[in-house]
Structure formats: C-alpha cells, structure tokens
Ligand binder design. Structure first.
Ligand SMILES: [Zn+2]
Length: 474
C-alpha cells in the first residue's frame, strides 16, 4: 500500500496564497477550551500501546488505571479489556491441549512495586535486582496490561523452562491473536533491559501484536524505535487524506505552518467510494479509515502504529450507500467515535460504536434532515461535538450537541453561501498546536481553511487549488 511520493504534476496543488472567501460567516458567543486528540500513544499510560521500560517511566510515575478487574477470579487484577482477551487466550491454550494456563501475577501499584524492588535489592543487590525487577514507576505491571502466566499444574512457575512446556510454546506462537506479546523474549536483554521471561505477557491489542508478529519485530522497543507516530500512515489530525480519480489514496502531511507538504501515496484501488473518514475508530491512538462504499458496505481499515492499514473489517452492511453520515464522538462518554447520519427519509440516527468495531444498534435523534450536508465539530467549544449542517439554501447551521448523544437547544446560523462546498473536514493543529479549523472543499476545486474559535470563526485562507476530481476524506 505504501509507495513513493507521487508526481506533483498529477496532483492538486496546495499553494497557500491569499484567497477571497467563498462563504460569509458571522460570530457567536465564545465559551470554553476544547480538548485535542492524542497522537502519542506510546507516552500515554492509559493507551494500550504505551511503552514502559527502564528509560521510559510511566508518566505520571504514580499512574493507576481506572478500570481494573479481577482477572479470571484469580485475585490478580488487569484492565478490563486485557482481562477479557486473557479469557480467550486461556481458552485457546486449553483447546490446544497444552494442559492449560494459570494467572500468577497481574497489576501492581507503585507502592507494591516499591516493596518488590526493595526486596530484590536487599537480597541480590541493585545490579541484579534491576535485571529481574522494575523500579517503581517503571514496571509494566503498573499499567494493568501485564500478566505473568504459568502452567495450570504449577510446573516451571516464573522459570525460563516455562517457555519449553507445551503451554509456553503455544503462548509464544499464538498470544498475538489475543492481543498479547511475550514482552521479554530470549536474546534481547540488551534491548529490553530484562532477562528472558517467557511468562510475562503484555496486552497491546490485537492490531499491534499481530503487526509485530507479521513484520517480525521481537520487542516493542524495536517496533517503535523510539518514535512511533512517524511510521503511522496518518500521523496527525491536521493531515489531509484524499482519493484521486485513479483511486490512489494520498496523504498530505500538515507541515505545522498552516499548509501541507508533499503528498505520499498510502493506498491504491480506492474506487467506488461514496465517502470516507479519517478517524481513530478503535481509540488506539493511530488514525484509521472508515469507508462508506457505493455497494452499501461500511468498512474499517485500522491504521497500524508501524504504518499501513489492515485489510477491510466490515463494520456495517446493508444500505450505508443511501446514508449521508458524519463520524466522531457524538456522545462524550463513549470511548469510541460513532456515526450520525440520515437516510433519504430525513430521519437522523446515531449509531454508537460500543466495541471499537461493528455498529450494533441505532438511536433516532431527529427528523427533517433530508438534503443537508453533515460535519461533526465542536463549534461552541463546550467539549461536546455539534453537528454543522449545510442546508439546500446554502446556510450553515450549528446544531449544539449535549454530549450525551442528543441535542442541546436550537440551531444557530453560523454562515451563508456554503452551497458552494462539496465537503467540510474538521482539522486539528493545521496552524499550530491547539488550533482547530474546518477545511472546505469548494465546487470549483479550492481548499479553504476556516479557523475555529470558541463559537466564532477565526482566520480563513486558501490552502489548496486544483482539487477537482479529488475525494476529500472527512
Ligand atoms: Zn511480569
């Protein structure tokens, strides 16, 4: 899917020259600040991709996860998602005839780790203790994502011989299917800082674990090489993604100064799209693509931290081609972004994304929406997304969201003359850290970026031209 930068002549330009505006706007009342999406999963202690080792303590060092559960009733605790996948792992090991697994150790708090480490130092001295135990704030067990496992019969407990037992062999070959990796493999002490521990499993999620396996990275350190986000196909909420008329998928990297750099081809054969969206659908800190196909399928392509995308995961089937949709966190309490959209009958529906995968049910939240263009953005910066809707008469209306899957009050007219827009794309950080904007694709092929304040428009300028024939991913 990845490829060399495409030839400029075949691509729309992105010159940032001064522009006459194509839509009139007026202001509303400012309110509060707006949270921005995280783009550094490796540094976020709550992210399943977090990289913790001797030189990368948790930040903050006293971090404690909020969703610990008793893993398999063992009295050892793990974060809920890791515990759920551990059930599958144990079932798989049992089904394979290995004799089964047992939970030995799970979550350890900062204070508990301090006791463990001090105990080892008192017995072995600091140098040896550092090889087999983590200093407080530096342990994967403090993330709630690490679990030490052993044979159900207790043999080879916390010993390297576990790796030679049927269960240990099976775990090393199959843990990735359940989102786990053997974190300290044999022969990589100089990289991980730890002796071989075939029993220490770390939950990183199926996508990352599978990608490490597929591409042959034995350790997280090598996989991320100190800087994960540079490898992801879409690295920033300010990057622009579009498909051209020959079906190539192009990423225009935001250069931080309010414009875009040279595009890279990140995919091909993207024909038959009604619309597509760049969104972190599974909330793993790496942008994914949600594709709404002309054949009625809604498909997910999860971005891998190491670059490129998964093959399509179908998250919806049926008449999705007949819907006009927008994608984002419509309910602030939801962990994953969902879909808001309408059929030609004009009935507006909210589809919560409860699993980070398939859409399972819908909620009716409005009527009379036929003919509107939809974009989800936090217009009034109250922390809850709003629906920006272009009407058939070219007005731009902001319907305030209540942050709970519904609306809070009447719409506000925030612009007129927007009938000349083919697409409106929310953007984060295009004009520098913390900035928000709406990038508009005009019918005559210009890209115009409209700064977003708190319920007010900021500066507007042209950021591209010649985009006729391009399909901008919302
Ligand atoms: Zn461990």
């Amino acid at each position: 899917m990845a490829g060399a930068p495409a030839k400029a002549a075949q691509l729309p330009a992105t010159a940032a020259q001064a522009s006459s505006t194509t839509a009139a706007v007026h202001t509303a009342v400012p309110t509060a600040a707006n949270p921005l999406p995280s783009v550094d999963p490796v540094g976020d202690p709550a992210n399943f991709s977090v990289l913790v080792n001797k030189s990368r303590p948790l930040n903050p060092v006293s971090y404690a996860p909020g969703d610990l559960v008793n893993a398999r009733g063992s009295g050892q605790y793990l974060r809920a998602e890791a515990a759920a996948w551990l059930n599958g792992l144990f079932q798989g090991a049992a089904d394979a005839g290995t004799g089964g697994l047992a939970v030995v150790s799970g979550y350890r708090s900062y204070a508990q780790q301090q006791q463990v480490y001090s105990y080892y130092v008192s017995i072995y001295g600091q140098a040896q203790a550092d090889l087999i135990s983590a200093r407080p704030g530096h342990s994967e067990h403090q993330t709630g994502l690490a679990v030490d496992v052993g044979n159900a019969n207790g043999s080879c407990g916390l010993s390297t011989c576990f790796g030679d037992t049927p269960a240990g062999i099976w775990v090393a070959a199959n843990a990735h299917k359940y989102g786990f990796i053997v974190r300290y493999p044999n022969g990589y002490t100089n990289i991980t800082g730890y002796s071989y521990e075939p029993w220490h499993l770390r939950y990183v999620g199926v996508d990352l674990a599978t990608d490490m396996k597929r591409r042959g990275f034995p350790t997280m350190e090598q996989y991320f090489a100190g800087n994960p986000s540079v490898y992801a196909s879409i690295t920033s909420g300010a990057d622009l993604v579009a498909a051209d008329s020959s079906g190539r998928l192009l990423r225009y990297p935001a250069h931080g100064g309010g414009g875009y750099g040279v595009p890279t081809v990140i995919g091909s054969n993207w024909h038959g799209l009604k619309q597509a969206f760049v969104v972190d659908w599974d909330s793993d800190g790496v942008y994914d693509i949600l594709a709404q196909w002309d054949n009625g399928t809604l498909g997910l392509f999860t971005g891998w931290p190491g670059g490129a995308f998964s093959t399509q995961i179908v998250v919806g089937t049926g008449d999705w081609d007949k819907m006009t949709i927008t994608v984002g966190k419509w309910s602030a309490a939801e962990r994953f972004p969902g879909v808001v959209g309408y059929f030609p009958d004009g009935g507006l529906r909210y589809y919560p994304n409860t699993m980070g995968r398939s859409l399972i049910y819908r909620v009716d939240i409005g009527s009379g929406w036929a003919g509107m263009g939809l974009t989800m953005a936090d217009w009034n910066a109250d922390g809850a997304n709003d629906i920006l809707a272009t009407t058939t008469s070219g007005h731009l209306l902001s319907y305030p969201g209540n942050g709970n899957g519904g609306f809070a009050g009447l719409p506000l007219t925030v612009g007129s003359g927007w009938g000349t827009m083919k697409a409106l794309v929310p953007s984060f950080g295009l004009s520098g850290p913390g900035t928000r904007s709406i990038t508009a694709h005009t019918v005559d092929g210009y890209l115009v970026d409209y700064g977003l304040g708190a319920g007010a428009w900021g500066a507007q300028r042209q950021v591209g031209n010649g985009w006729n024939g391009m399909k901008l991913f919302k």
